[in-house]
Design a protein around this ligand. Structure first.
Ligand SMILES: [Zn+2]
Length: 344
């Protein structure tokens, strides 16, 4: 008989789905009651979440990151043996470390470090098994592969890529960028964008180009942004972290909208990147940096020239703001502060 997925001690009696018939919960009657009453204990939550991912019954609204029930419909009966796993107790257990890593909302560096000590073949075997059992886990699994396996997982990622959903494929971006040579991963990703429809997924895929941090992204944007594009933020988010240099900004500004306004928006991202990272929603993104700047005087002249190509009032205000904030765009304050800290 099969063991219960939550307690892993009693035999399973109930097979129930709340979202997908392809990977239902397989539970003993006690754990099933706790699932529907939102009274799972932390270890039961951990065991179940590692298999099922973000399902409605295990959502972040019902349990916190450590498996504590937030809205139990009756009292949760705690037991020490059912506490959430502590990292120091699972450092020698590859399977538990993988579960722990994919459950955290942000990557836990200590867990990743512990996982990197295991044989890559063992990790890949586990990731492949987990994704075949439940493809809903794909975003976390591919990201984990990109972090701990890198080029070791190249053939696996090529094979997984062939199984992708034709719309929702930005979950592959990190793995394509880090497990394959970047030019190869970028080629696959942009070819898939070409073949996709221009819907919400399309814009998600465009902004995911940022994870490649690849100069080719700038050429690709130049050749592919629609001439009448109004929603430029996804394009500029990708461009700002793709080795953008002043020569490119100057070129795009000379071309007028939409590339000109994308170039200005990239400079806004450079300002945003100079702010404290921990407070920002882009804290997990690579920093936006303007490479090879010209003199402030020359750059101001180029910014001013844009007003002859776009007489939008907001654009004029934006240019005035950018001209006052070169120290932030060029991250100069940050560098000075870092220098001061070193000498102290
Ligand atoms: Zn059970």
């Amino acid at each position: 008989m099969v063991k219960c997925q939550a307690c892993r001690t009693r035999f399973a009696e109930i097979v129930e789905s709340d979202e997908s018939e392809s990977h239902p919960y397989v539970l003993c009657s006690s754990c099933y009651n706790r699932l529907i009453n939102t009274t799972l204990r932390p270890l039961e939550y951990f065991n179940l979440k590692a298999i099922h991912g973000d399902t409605p019954s295990l959502s972040e609204y019902l349990y916190d990151e450590n498996g504590v029930a937030l809205k139990p419909s009756e009292e949760v009966v705690h037991k020490d043996s059912l506490a959430f796993p502590k990292l120091e107790n699972i450092k020698d257990d590859c399977e538990m470390l993988i579960s722990y890593s994919i459950l955290r909302w942000n990557w836990d560096e200590e867990a990743i470090y512990a996982l990197e000590k295991f044989d890559k073949a063992e990790i890949l075997f586990s990731l492949n098994r987990r994704i075949n059992e439940n493809r809903e886990l794909s975003d976390k699994i591919y990201d984990l592969a990109s972090i701990v396996l890198g080029p070791y997982a190249d053939d696996w990622i090529r094979a997984e890529w062939r199984l992708r959903d034709k719309k929702y494929f930005y979950v592959y971006a990190e793995a394509l960028a880090r497990c394959l040579p970047v030019s190869e991963g970028f080629y696959y990703f942009t070819e898939a964008i070409h073949e996709s429809e221009k819907d919400d997924f399309y814009f998600g895929n465009i902004s995911s180009l940022r994870v490649f941090q690849y100069k080719g992204t700038l050429d690709w944007i130049e050749n592919n942004v629609p001439k009448d594009e109004k929603d430029i933020s996804r394009w500029s988010l990708a461009a700002a972290v793709s080795q953008l240099d002043w020569a490119r900004v100057k070129k795009w500004i000379s071309m007028g909208p939409p590339l000109g306004i994308i170039a200005l928006d990239c400079l806004v991202y450079c300002i945003a990147s100079s702010m404290p990272r921990e407070e920002a929603f882009w804290k997990n993104d690579p920093p936006a940096i303007l490479h090879d700047p010209d003199t402030i005087e020359n750059m101001n002249e180029v910014l001013d020239s844009y007003t002859t190509k776009d007489d939008n009032k907001n654009v004029k205000l934006l240019i005035e703001t950018l001209k006052k904030n070169w120290h932030l765009i060029l991250h100069q304050e940050k560098q000075e502060q870092e220098g001061t800290e070193v000498t102290e």
